[in-house]
Write a protein that binds this ligand. Structure first.
Ligand code: AMP
Ligand code: MG
Length: 410
């Protein structure tokens, strides 16, 4: 029997990152950066004021007490966006707005609230004189060139999934087109005579095909383009036709659910082996039957179990890391938190993933199961916000004991 880790590693060894291309910055959120980004200039790129106020020589107003209030002559008005080259002499001030370049000679800005100019409404011309009411120290309210980032400094690593703040940063650096990894393309296939499309009313003995929707949503969230091919009936030719349709799309991965157990109508194994290869690994985990992984017409193939919870968990544990590798994501291991069990849990010694609600109570995370753990009970997963991980070899966890949990993302 393979451990979960061993099975993951065997799978990952079959995947390499896809190529890259450029997308417009507007399209880059959620995409995976294909090259590191370095600052091509200092940020800020010029010394500028962090407040609306008056630029001045700090030394003029630093002798607190004796000299304050102190009146300075105002020799310039510097709005944001100004490129005027201004030299400020001792005894002089310049009105300045937030983000405007500080004049040469100035080493501080006093904010407008600390002057006699604080009542002036928008549109008021700069006064000829300003009276400073409060001392400032050298450097105060000036954002220095390069204080945030230096030219050449790495801003984002290759493999980063671009978030809103990363997109804004790229805009700040003047990067209109971003090198990103190609999105993995995933083809999804369901199989089973009992499955009906979601749009059809149920009839006796039938259920709706839910797995292909769950798996499509998971794959999309993992950054993939997804094609859902629908349901193959439990006939060899139907399964073959469906897999051929899938392969014709030239996807990076084909994923099927169901039809890989030992049932009398489970043809997936035969069909995949006829045009590729399929390994059935016994993985020491629960939920999950043997994990089927191989290739069909040279395209990597995952055969996930049919039960809705098993296919979900199988995707998270085995498929998602492979898709992340393909997509060039710098995979950090999924964050786990330590949680305290509110109830006792029995296990059978396999690595078990149990659906639970984790709540914060008095500074620790308390976990309780969301009802029965049957692998067909999708509602228990709908209620859950975490999967508890009971390690292999553990058969019983008393109430109050601590286990690790994966927090399920939104
Ligand atoms: P199988 O692997 O074909 O034996 O299926 C195991 C269980 O999963 C059965 O109860 C099936 O009805 C169910 N199942 C299979 N495929 C799906 C699907 N696409 N959506 C929901 N349930 C499914
Ligand atoms: Mg079946």
């Amino acid at each position: 029997m393979l451990s979960v880790k061993e099975a993951q590693q065997k799978i990952l060894s079959h995947f390499e990152p896809l190529g890259s291309s450029f997308v417009a910055l507007d399209e880059a959120a959620g995409r995976v950066l294909a090259e590191p980004i370095r600052a091509n200039a200092d940020l800020p790129s010029f010394d500028n004021s962090s407040v609306d106020g008056f630029a001045l020589h700090a030394a003029d107003v630093s002798k607190t007490g004796q000299t304050l209030p102190l009146t300075l002559s105002v020799i310039a008005d510097i709005p944001a966006g100004s490129s005027a080259d201004i030299q400020l002499l001792p005894g002089q001030a310049a009105r300045i707005m937030t983000g405007a370049p500080t004049p040469r000679g100035a080493d501080a800005v006093v904010m407008i609230e600390d002057t006699d100019s604080n009542q002036h409404p928008a549109g008021t011309a700069a006064p000829n004189f300003v009276t400073v009411l409060k001392a400032v120290t050298s450097g105060e309210s000036i954002r220095r060139r390069g204080a945030d980032l230096r030219t050449g400094q790495q801003v984002l690593p290759s493999g980063a999934i671009l978030r809103a703040q990363d997109i804004g940063m790229l805009a700040m650096l003047g990067v209109p087109n971003v090198p990103v990894r190609k999105k993995p393309k995933v083809a999804l296939v369901s199989s089973g005579d009992e499955l009906l499309p979601v749009s059809e009313p149920l009839s006796p003995g039938k259920i709706h095909d839910s797995n292909s929707y769950t798996l499509a949503a998971l794959a999309q969230k993992a950054g993939c383009d997804v094609v859902r091919l629908g349901v193959a009936s439990d006939r060899r030719e139907a399964v073959e036709e469906m897999l051929d349709q899938a392969a014709n799309l030239q996807p990076d991965v084909i994923i099927s659910s169901a039809g890989v157990s030992v049932g009398a109508f489970d043809f997936i194994k035969d069909v995949v082996e006829s045009a590729g290869s399929l390994n059935f690994w016994k993985v020491n985990m629960r939920p999950g039957k043997p994990l089927a992984f191989g290739s069909y017409r040279n395209i990597p193939f995952f055969g996930l179990p049919g039960n809705p919870v098993s296919s979900f968990v199988g995707f998270l544990i085995f498929v998602q890391p492979a898709l992340e590798r393909l997509g060039g994501v710098e995979t950090a291991e999924k964050a786990k938190v330590k949680v305290v069990l509110s109830e006792g849990i029995e296990s059978d010694g396999r690595e078990s993933y149990l659906r639970a609600i984790v709540k914060r109570q008095n500074g620790s995370f308390i976990a309780s199961l969301t009802g029965h753990q049957g692998s067909g009970n999708l509602f228990s997963l709908v209620q859950a916000n975490a999967l508890l991980i009971i390690p292999s070899g553990v058969k019983s966890c008393p109430p109050g004991s601590e286990v690790e949990a994966w927090i399920l993302e939104n």
